[in-house]
Design a protein. Sequence first.
Length: 213
Amino acid sequence: MVKIAPSILAADFLNLQKAVDIVNNNADIFHIDVMDGSFVPNISFGFPVVEAIASVAKKPIDVHLMIVNPEKYALKFAAVPGVGMVSFHLEACSNPVQLLDAIRATGVMAGLTINPDVPVENLFPYLDHCDHIMIMSVYAGYGGQKFIEDSYGRIECLKAELQRRGLNIPIEIDGGVNKENARRIVEAGADILVAGSFVFRSEDPKAAIEAIR
């Protein structure tokens, strides 16, 4: 079954409890983008915010590290109770296999992420070490961007390789997901849909989640 992961980056920061309630009651996963202002030009959340959300989250937390040297912090995020998934960018890590295996050893799902300008084929050598893969359908760093149409083909390419190798690894798509493109994204092979602006900037977030679902 396809899972919906609202992105907290698009939530009302003056009322995060409301955003937490929306995810707890209507969605499947909390998606939290951790940005360092170096790998991407924006700065977002750190440990205090992730820990605060985790303390009241009833759904698993997906931490997406948009940072340089992810090996410095990945295991610390994996150790936060309630965090079920940690992903980092392939292009930001010098030894992806080592870090993926270290995350998995904690019992947390380990994932690799790539930006739209990174060939999907670059992921293939690491698939046996992943529990999920995230394809960015916008460039990492800011919410509210438009879905990049080439992403459908990238999802299909990855899905075909996973099927060829008999790997049952969920594909996560992040960026510009809405009710107009969700069906086609899933048909291309995605299993987890990250949606930020469409959910939290709508008048009725619950209805927005159901529209995607």
